[in-house]
Design a protein around this ligand. Sequence first.
Ligand code: ZN
Length: 278
Amino acid sequence: MAFLTEPEPRRGTALAVLPGVRRIVAANPGPMTYHGTNTYLIETPDGLILLDPGPDDDAHVAALLAASGGKLAMILLSHTHIDHIGALAALRAATGAPVAAYKTSPHPDFSPDIPLDDGDAVAGLTAVHTPGHAPDHLCFAFGAGILFSADHVMAWSTSVVSPPTGDMAAYFASLRRLLARDDRVYLPGHGPALSDPQPYVRDLLAHRIARENAIAAALAQGPADTHALMEALYSKLDPMLRRAAERNVLAHLLKLESEGRVLRDGSEWRAEHAAARA
Ligand SMILES: [Zn+2]
C-alpha cells in the first residue's frame, strides 16, 4: 500500500482544505488516530455544518467554537467511536445544534436528533452508509465530487475492522460501493485529503483480498488460533499495533467462516476441506 503522510498540522486553527471546507485537527495523536481526529467545518446553503466533534478535549472544543463563531446549523457524525464524539456533549450544549447521524448506533447512550439512512440528504450533503469499520458508519457526499470518507477510507493507513462491531464482509462491500462512485477527492476522518481515490480504494481491496488468501493458505497447512495467524502474517509489526492486527485477522476469519471457507474448532480455526477430512 502507498500511504500518504503529512507534517503535524497546526493545532487550534481551522485550516482551509477546499473552498467552503475547513479542518481542525484535534490533539489526540496515536497509532490509531495519526495526528488526531479531523473535525470539518462545512459551509452549506443551510448554514455552517460541523462534521465529527472529535475527542473530549477542552482546547479542541474552544477552537471549534472560535472557528464557527459558536453558530452551527447542524452537527453531523460519521460514526459513534469515542475519538469522533467525545466532544459532542460540550458542542451540543454550547451551540444547541441538532445532531444528525446514522439511525442506529452500537453506542448505548446515543441517539441522534435527526436519524439518517443511506441516501438521505441533509444540508446539501448525502449520507452513504458504509459499514465495516463501524456498523453506523456514514460517508457524506458533498458538492462536485467531494466525499467525506471518515474512517472507512483514510490515506495515511488502512482501517481497523474489529469484531463484533467491525465487520469485514461489510467492509469489503463498502469498499466496492465506493468503487462504483466517481468522487474526485476524499476528506478522511484522520490524516490528509486523498485525490484520485479510485486506484487507492482498489489497492485497499486487493490488499485485504491478499490478506484473506494468506489466512486461508496458512490454514490449509493446518489448524491455528487467531493469535498464531497474526504472528505468522504480521511478523514485523510494531507491538502497539499487534492487538489491532489480531482483531483484523479475526474479522477476516469470521468473513471466511460466513462464506464456508473456514471452520471454528474451539479456539482454533481450520480450513473447510481439512475439517471435512477430520
Ligand atoms: Zn472509528
